[in-house]
Design a binder for this molecule. Structure first.
Ligand SMILES: [Ca+2]
Ligand SMILES: [Ca+2]
Length: 309
């Protein structure tokens, strides 16, 4: 039998899978102004980026995903940007926001003066956030006491540079599931808290931007082969896969959510069927004869045997 499972790392598994299962999230209509989140290793979908975290990627300290905040301003008339980002689940802590004023050149609105030297200009930034409410926020604006003017992006195009970045620190204990990291548009925790705002310079005066596209990010956590997420890959997981396969093959409504779909497609061929269950049963039998490898390592091992043939 030629197995399709190649030497796949957990990360490439995540990339592979993300191409197979579409995800949905709120997505604003096309706009001249868009604020969005981006990170390395995500799947880019038209509803926002998705990061697939396979549990084997979690170390003792969990997993830290560096997320950039980007702003696209097609008409270059923004004078004030004030995003606030939140994750409602404390298993993913938003921390270490970089003050956009700090490292300058990497960020969108660090300016150069006429001599080509880096300058703060009149951009002012204030970074903060709340550990209790698990938010990060900052303000970037171009104004002084007398006037406000549109911000001039550093570099070729606003979209080429992030406004800033922060860390999403994912706990080792996080349950399988889908987690949103999103721009706060309504106060959730305190009645008068500031939320994401954009303001434009129109006809020489400031106007709130009412059609900014806000594009959030999703983190999908699952554990390959462990459908019920109890930390053990065994015959119960194989049974769950066979049950789902039976639903799918009789054209009934599937019962798995995105994390379960990810976990169930063990051989990563884009479908959930008995081949996936067989690999789990094979592993179960290996474990019951005092096998020591975890499931992901075992699959790689099977694959290496196959390649050597
Ligand atoms: Ca299990
Ligand atoms: Ca499969």
């Amino acid at each position: 039998m030629k197995k399709s499972f190649r030497k796949i790392t957990a990360l490439s598994l995540s990339l592979l899978m993300s191409a197979v299962y579409p995800v949905t999230s709120a997505y604003a209509a096309e706009s001249q102004h868009e604020i969005y989140l981006s990170a390395e290793g995500t799947e880019k979908t038209d509803t926002g980026e998705v990061f697939y975290l396979e549990r084997s990627m979690l170390g003792d300290d969990g997993y830290t995903l560096k997320i950039n905040i980007f702003y696209r301003d097609d008409v270059l008339n923004t004078w004030y940007i004030s995003p606030k980002v939140k994750c409602a689940d404390q298993n993913i802590k938003l921390r270490n926001l970089v003050d956009p004023k700090d490292p300058l050149i990497e960020f969108a609105y660090a300016e150069t003066n006429d001599a080509g030297e880096l300058s703060y200009g009149s951009n002012s930034t204030l970074a903060s956030g709340s550990e209790i409410y698990n938010t990060v926020n900052f303000t970037c604006m171009n104004s002084n006491l007398m006037n406000r003017t549109a911000m001039k992006p550093y570099g070729e195009y606003t979209n080429s540079y992030p406004l800033t970045s922060f860390d999403a620190i994912i706990s080792k204990e996080i349950p399988a599931g889908e987690y949103d990291i999103y721009f706060l548009t309504e106060a959730e925790d305190e009645p008068d808290q500031r939320v994401t705002e954009i303001s434009l310079m129109i006809d020489g005066g400031p106007e709130p931007c009412t059609d900014t596209a806000l594009t959030n990010m999703k983190i999908v956590v699952s554990s390959l082969g462990d459908i019920d997420d109890n930390g053990i890959v065994d015959s119960n997981d194989a049974s769950a896969i066979l049950k789902e396969y039976s639903l799918l093959s009789t054209k009934k409504s599937p019962s798995f959510d995105t994390p379960k779909n990810y976990a169930a497609d063990v051989n990563k061929d884009g479908t959930i069927n008995s081949s996936d269950a067989s690999l789990i049963l094979k592993y179960y039998s290996y474990k019951s004869t005092s096998g020591y490898m975890d499931f992901v390592s075992y699959l790689s091992y099977l694959d290496s045997l196959d390649s050597a043939e």
